[in-house]
Design a protein around this ligand. Sequence first.
Ligand code: SAH
Length: 332
Amino acid sequence: MDLLNQTPQELAGMMRELGQPAYRGAQVFDWLHKGARSAGEMTNLPKALREALQFTPPTVVERQVSRDKTEKLLFRLEDGQTVEAVLMHYQTGKTICVSTQVGCRQGCAFCASTIGGMARDLTAGEILGQVLHCGTPVDRVVLMGIGEPLENFDATTRFLSLINDPAGRNMSLRNVTVSTCGLVPRILELSELRLPVTLSVSLHAPDNETRDLLMPINRKYPVEELIHSCEIYFDKTCRRMTYEYVMIDAINDTLGHARALGLLLKGRPAHVNLIPLNAVAGRESFRPSPAPAVERFAAALSAKGVSTTVRRRLGSDIQAACGQLRRERLAL
Ligand code: SAH
């Protein structure tokens, strides 16, 4: 049973079917969201019910700790598939980066998650399970692990309502970020829900010529359409957009690219995160931009009035940094 996937109402219905009063659903929801790993722990339930409820939440089968204390967790799911999640310790609190699919089919040329293709979507319960069973309470969640959250739209939005549920973790959606490679129709669909979720778009190039080289999705939804959908997202949610920009040596890091990006985003409510490319085995033809190129790029954007930061490279020594997560364990 994927109990973690259920809303309180659905659990109440399930209890009635099991011949139990509906309030048992609220009790089970409470236990699940407090991190119970089996029904045996749910001591206020009658024994027969505890025996009837079988579930296996995602389990950490391996934990690697980086020099900077970032932790990479390998979760095993009920059917034996595995995904990675990353726990980051900031002064302002803990952030967990979770996966939304087993593998990824988007095919971005610089990313490890796409190697080996996609096996299946995660359920909302499996996304939530990574948060509940990472070993510590967290302050923020980013859906930036393996997979494309907006391709797995229903599970992603169900996860948002589960994590936000007042009877569970009650996490403000302001503390949740959904990252996308740019599925325009799904960005529009998400905007209709008017949730206060930060949307982070993996842009990586200001023009179609460069973006086509890096991200197959751009042939379907080119830059102009993508930026337009982000404008609509901002109009509906009032959440400032975040754009991710992986800096790749001599591919997308010239001053010309910086100026074009500045022009594209100038005057828009947006923040740009520059991410020096992280090394990916099997993707050696791409190299990270040298530090001076990153600084020059950031300065050119700031000069256009675009808010810009350079992302710290957390966890790269254990292959836990952006773009280094994958389905299969990599022998280090
Ligand atoms: N599919 C979603 C969620 C994955 S988020 C998305 O594309 O946004 C992972 C982030 O890491 C994305 O911004 C992705 O483009 C970035 N990334 C991928 N490979 C990378 C690499 N080698 N170095 C740095 N960042 C990378």
